[in-house]
Design a protein around this ligand. Structure first.
Ligand code: NAD
Length: 439
């Protein structure tokens, strides 16, 4: 099939590359000319495991092309995917200007029956708006399909190639058939392709993300309570995760969820509710608790240093909102850096993939190290914000030698408490006992 993908971010680039890998001819369009040039030169502009191999293979076999030209691309395509940003607007609701802006142009360009597929995460009712925007100018038949994307950054290629499910929202049998054919190679193992109406498909995406954000937030509250009563959240987690109704995943406590999806999608669903006269009380709490949780390590730090962080120097491991990505959008680490700088502290940091993006925001305000032990030099404590696997088994002798104090504040519960006792570190984590060698 001839496919156009408009927007080549984490979703669009993976979508385009994976569709090319199943034999389709894919043209990816982006307005960022510099990014398009880099991709034309064979550079993958984001860090995503395995993407470079599939990307390179499909460029070489000429099934994957990059351009800034919308008109010629749409004319050459049977299916047009919109993988455009839907960032939060000023009031937290999803900003649809990118999606509707492109939809408005499509109607003027299309010269034959075309299926327009919305892959961006959008509020209920958006496919109707997209349909109207296109219909204003269209002289040919078309269908609008909602096909929300569930890939996880860090596992994007794997998730796209072997999705838990594919959701297709359309009331057109013709478009449903085209989408089923397109996705056939990805659901060969019996993973379901679920066809439903547009609104249900749109809401499915928000419901999934809001549910997962709620699950994380619930566990963070249990962890905070564990600290108050002297229980161990890891034991509670093991105790409840074995219940098949609950499941083991997404029960790890930490310093709040971040990223480009959960924060904005929870907010957007809440706003969408308000627009229809339905108030999601549970989402208010999720948003409030998560905002607090992002600074829970800083609160611990302040208690440890008697409320005064001025003049202190901290090492920070981890910037990306989660491991295996360079995405730093809404990353808890950034909230921590802001709080530390505001309190008059200095910060040295290391992240395997996220430093370039963070440098664009902070410049010289914080220090960046080339390797993880360098940041420890003379630090009053080490803070851990992201659970990159390279942080899981560090050389603790080096840590002890380089840090000014053998003190770790771990927002991801990477280390066994017994190990910290054995090595004589002061160690605070989330929802577990504080290890204090002085006591
Ligand atoms: P992104 O910000 O990484 O990428 C968006 C791309 O669109 C950028 O390259 C930008 O230059 C381009 N763009 C903007 N306006 C354009 C225009 N008029 N024409 C062509 N290109 C244009 O975004 P993303 O993370 O890929 O997310 C895209 C959508 O998918 C969002 O709605 C998001 O919520 C959703 N989503 C994201 C993820 C994720 O993990 N990132 C997962 C599922 C769904």
């Amino acid at each position: 099939m001839k496919i156009a993908v408009i927007g080549t971010g984490y979703v669009g680039l993976v979508t385009g590359t994976c569709f090319a890998d199943t034999g389709n001819d894919v043209i990816c369009v982006d307005i960022d000319a510099d990014k398009v040039k880099r991709m034309q030169d064979g550079e993958v502009p984001i860090y995503e495991p395995y993407l470079d191999t599939v990307f390179e293979r499909n460029i070489r076999q000429k099934r994957l092309i990059f351009t800034t030209e919308l008109e010629s691309t749409v004319k050459a395509s049977d299916i047009v995917f919109l993988a455009l940003p839907t960032p939060p607007g000023e009031d937290g609701s999803a900003d649809l200007s990118y999606v509707l802006g492109v939809a408005d142009q499509l109607g003027k360009i299309m010269d034959k029956y075309t299926v327009i597929v919305d892959k961006s995460t959008v509020p209920v009712g958006t496919s109707e708006l997209v349909h109207k925007a296109i219909a204003k100018h269209a002289k040919v038949e078309f269908d609008v399909v909602s096909n929300p994307e569930f890939l996880r950054e860090g596992f994007a290629v794997e998730d796209f190639m072997k999705p838990d499910r594919v959701v297709i929202g359309t009331s057109s049998a013709r478009a449903a058939k085209i989408m089923e054919d397109l996705y056939k190679p990805f659901v060969r193992q019996g993973n379901p392709l679920i066809v439903m109406d547009e609104k249900s498909a749109e809401l499915t995406k928000y419901a999934a993300n809001a549910f997962l954000a709620t699950k994380i937030t619930f566990m963070n509250e249990i962890a905070n309570f564990c600290e108050k009563v002297g229980a161990d959240v890891d034991k509670v987690r093991a105790g409840i995760g074995t219940d098949s109704r609950i499941g083991k995943r997404f029960l790890f406590p930490g310093i709040g969820y971040g990223g480009s999806c959960f924060p904005k999608d929870v907010q957007a669903l809440a706003k969408s509710g308000d627009a229809y006269g339905y108030h999601f009380e549970i989402l208010d709490s999720v948003l409030e608790v998560n905002d607090r949780q992002k600074l829970v390590l800083i609160e611990k730090l302040k208690r440890y240093f008697d409320g005064n962080l001025k003049g202190k120097h901290f090492a920070l491991w981890g910037l990306a909102f989660k491991p295996d990505t360079d995405d730093i959008r809404e990353a808890p680490a950034l909230y921590m850096i802001d709080a530390l700088l505001k309190a008059g502290a200095t910060v040295s940091t290391f992240d395997p993939e996220g430093m370039e993006n963070v440098r664009k925001i902070y410049g010289e305000k914080i220090k960046f190290a080339d390797e993880m032990y360098e940041v420890l030099e003379n630090a009053d404590a080490l803070l851990i914000a992201t659970e990159w696997s390279v942080f899981r088994n560090p050389d603790f002798d080096k840590l002890a030698k380089k840090l000014k104090n053998k003190t770790i504040f771990d927002g991801r519960n990477l280390y066994e408490l017994s190990k910290m006792i054995e090595l004589g570190f002061y160690y605070e984590s989330i929802g577990r006992e504080t290890i204090n060698p002085a006591q």
